[in-house]
Design a protein around this ligand. Sequence first.
Ligand SMILES: Nc1ncnc2c1ncn2[C@@H]1O[C@H](COP(=O)(O)OP(=O)(O)OP(=O)(O)O)[C@@H](O)[C@H]1O
Ligand SMILES: [Mg+2]
Length: 244
Amino acid sequence: MDEIIILEDLVKIYDTGAIKVLGLNRINLSIKRGEFVAIMGHSGSGKSTLLNILGCLDRPTLGHYYLDGVDVADMTQDELSRVRNKKIGFVFQSFNLISRMTVLKNVEVPMIYAKLGPAKRRQKAAELLEQVGLGARINHEPNELSGGQRQRVAIARALANDPPLILADEPTGNLDSQASVEIMELFAKLHQNGSTVVVVTHEDNIAEYTHRILTFKDGVLESDRINESPTPVSDNVGLGSRKS
Ligand SMILES: Nc1ncnc2c1ncn2[C@@H]1O[C@H](COP(=O)(O)OP(=O)(O)OP(=O)(O)O)[C@@H](O)[C@H]1O
Ligand SMILES: [Mg+2]
């Protein structure tokens, strides 16, 4: 099947007791394997709500989410965690690295859950850190690195189990413009290597790296357009020949 993501009449209602908030209203959308997609929209338009559902961090209230052909709504919590670990690499705006743990260990964490042995996961973590340009920093702790470097660690961690789907919620939101370019070039490279990459952003110049731009407004998918001329990426970005 070509589609890695299919959403059918997807609705998310946040029920906070007294009031109910409509996070997403009847979203129909499909994303093919290997696409590079931006999700845009004003604050509160439902971008994170959507990404959290795509990343199996949250579930739809109504409708269907087929990930790789399987309806997520039918999965138990255990199955969901397994799917998350195997199929999805999630990158957050605030990096979400574990402090007082070396970056090597941070990248190993998803492989521990995937039950990879210590020697193999250490080697894989070191390789991934090398590929994102942090080979010389593997024994540093996150607070000894710059924001851009921390985000590269988070990307290496997201790649640990070779997930087909990479999701990033405002990955450049805490970074200066130079570091933002480097992070977007890494995502572009992942896309070139065959991964499906979905990035939430509210900055046009970040969205311009992608090939398809979805815009949300008040929980509704307002526009879905192809970006005819994505920002070109320099050839000397890392991640040379990893398999997706
Ligand atoms: N846990 C929650 N409980 C209640 N309402 C929520 C919750 N999370 C989000 N919402 C509401 O759902 C709507 C969509 O929020 P969401 O976080 O998806 O927006 P966003 O597009 O990511 O915004 P931003 O650009 O500020 O990150 C908003 O009205 C928000 O207040
Ligand atoms: Mg958000």
